[in-house]
Design a protein around this ligand. Structure first.
Ligand code: XMP
Length: 508
């Protein structure tokens, strides 16, 4: 384990990812972590992240002094370097020139941290303070134009610091520097692979579950499906999978994923068609938050009823991911609820179940790699995310069967075209939205007065920010023509060119 202490940098997750890419496991903790907890975790190395503050700010994030006495190698990045310098009696001062973006770094002295690193290379900086005197016992091992002390080391104490960000892509030798820290200094093995993750998880799940039964709601989403396949390998028939067709899914989706579960993933499951119930409860409901609440509650109601038919059920499988659980420093302050995301929240308490969350420590692309290690077909692993409330939040205003069918047809044409043009993997998420707006058109010789359909396609890495996808005009023309000609009820198609923020990905 490499422990990353977060001081509020926007790149903290990136450090973790770079380390994991080197097949070394790493976790992020807040800089406030008690020293006892660090001892308990017993990491092979510790990295201090960057951060937005100055070490001289009133509320500058700090770390327990005793961390330097543990004998565990430490690497400070940016703020991390400055903190090490300040705490070990070096000198940190406001720089006359702030240094942002690319600059050249020159290695001065041979250091294991820079083993096989070019003497001069491009690094990426973002800082306003400078270390002007290294702590005693430390050597200056690199310089840059505005940072005469760009990297320091105390090889004996195994404490290192760099002013630049080795974790960002623009730092040419960044990967090498991180690998040197991991393998040369911390002596990591590099055996954290998806295959090892699978075999370890299987052992852990078996031990945790014992003879109990475990239930799982199979929606068809990547995370919950990979989780179910993993748990199935661990405990076989003790896993009970339930798929609920809410009637709010895409064209043929419920049927197709059910077949896939049975034939390719060995996930026998109970298939419940609850579409009528969902539609009835959603009748005349326009408010997006109310739609979400109704769908969430109805889901729990249906699921609970089915699950109660089984005995000795003690656990629920969930596909929770690392970004939802990271204990990191928030520099954003309290954020308002924009949308309440629905998955199977509420179920564990209601049914008195413990959770099995095999991916609590993984990022989405790592889950995809675990899926590959479990031989889940690629077409499934690459599926775009789909919201729990499904098409109900893509029909603005009240939802009914006719509108759902219209939207399903249009969405299907759009997605098929994206796949045909080999664009599916380049896009984070693409879908159609049915608007409660009618406009005048002309078809043949007659006037039409039908609905407007919006197309949305975005690129993103985590769904937190997103940009609209720049389709070629010809592609948009083809899709628009096909939809207007083939889908009764739509006579106008528009393309959504809003980024997130200020818009969101979904329309509701
Ligand atoms: P927004 O619209 O908030 O969406 O920019 C970000 C990501 O979250 C998905 N999304 C949801 N997922 N339940 C879900 O499980 C929801 O209620 C929900 N609302 C939005 C959205 O599809 C996108 O991937």
């Amino acid at each position: 384990l490499i422990l990353i202490l977060d001081f509020g940098s926007q790149f903290t997750q990136l450090i973790t990812r770079r380390i994991r890419e080197a097949n070394v496991y790493s976790e992020i903790y807040s800089h406030t972590i008690p020293i006892e907890k660090i001892k308990e975790l017993n990491p092979k190395g510790i990295i201090f992240s960057g951060g937005p503050m100055s070490v001289y700010d009133d509320e500058a994030p700090d770390v327990d002094d005793k961390i330097f006495d543990l004998g565990i190698p430490i690497l400070g990045i940016c703020y991390g370097l400055q903190l090490i310098s300040k705490k070990l009696n070096g000198k940190v001062e406001k720089a006359s020139d702030r240094e942002y973006g690319r600059t050249e770094c020159e290695v001065l002295k041979s250091s294991v941290l820079f083993k096989d690193v070019k003497k001069k290379s491009v690094v990426w900086m973002s800082h306003g303070d400078n270390v002007t005197e290294p702590p005693s016992g430390f050597k200056i091992i690199a310089v840059s134009k505005h940072s005469p002390i760009c990297a320091i080391e105390n090889a004996e104490r195994k404490v290192y610091g760099v002013q630049f960000h080795p974790e960002v892509h623009h730092t040419e030798e960044g990967v090498k520097i991180i690998r040197n820290f991991l393998f040369e200094i911390c002596k990591c093995k590099g055996d954290w692979t998806p295959e090892n993750f699978v075999s370890n998880s299987i052992k852990e799940i078996k031990a945790k579950v014992g003879p109990a039964n475990v239930i799982c709601a199979l929606s068809g989403g990547v995370d919950s499906t990979v989780a179910a396949v993993l748990v199935k390998q661990a405990i076989g028939e003790q896993l009970i999978c339930i798929h609920i067709d809410t009637g709010l899914m895409r064209k043929n989706e419920s049927k197709e994923i059910s077949e896939l579960f049975n034939s390719k993933l060995n996930l026998n499951h109970i298939h419940i068609d609850a579409s009528e119930l969902f539609l009835q409860k959603l009748k005349n409901v326009s408010d997006p938050e109310l739609k979400r609440k109704i769908i969430g509650n109805t889901f729990i109601e249906v699921f609970e009823k089915e699950a109660k038919k089984f005995e000795n059920v003690k656990f629920l499988v969930q596909g929770t991911l690392y970004p939802d659980v990271i204990e990191s420093v928030s520099v954003k302050g309290a954020s308002a609820t924009i949308k309440t995301h629905h998955n199977v929240g509420g179920l564990p308490e209601k049914m008195n179940l413990s959770l099995i969350e095999p991916f609590r420590e993984l990022f989405k692309d790592e889950v995809r790699n675990v899926g590959r290690a479990l031989n889940i077909p690629e077409e499934f692993i690459e599926r775009h995310p789909f919201p729990g409330p499904g098409l109900a939040v893509r029909i603005l205003g009240p939802v009914d069967k006719d509108k759902l069918d219209i939207l399903r047809e249009a969405d299907d044409i759009f997605i098929k075209a994206i796949k045909q043009h080999n664009l599916y993997k380049k896009i984070w998420q693409a879908f159609a939205v049915l608007l409660p707006v009618q406009s005048v058109g002309v078809m043949g010789d007659s006037r039409t007065y039908e609905n407007v359909l919006a197309l949305r396609a975005v690129t993103s890495v985590d769904g937190m920010t997103a940009d609209w996808f720049p389709f070629e005009p010809d592609f948009l023309a083809e899709v628009s023509n096909n939809i207007i000609n083939k889908v009764r009820g739509i006579n106008r198609v528009v393309y959504d060119i809003s980024s997130k923020p200020p818009a969101t990905i979904e329309w509701e």
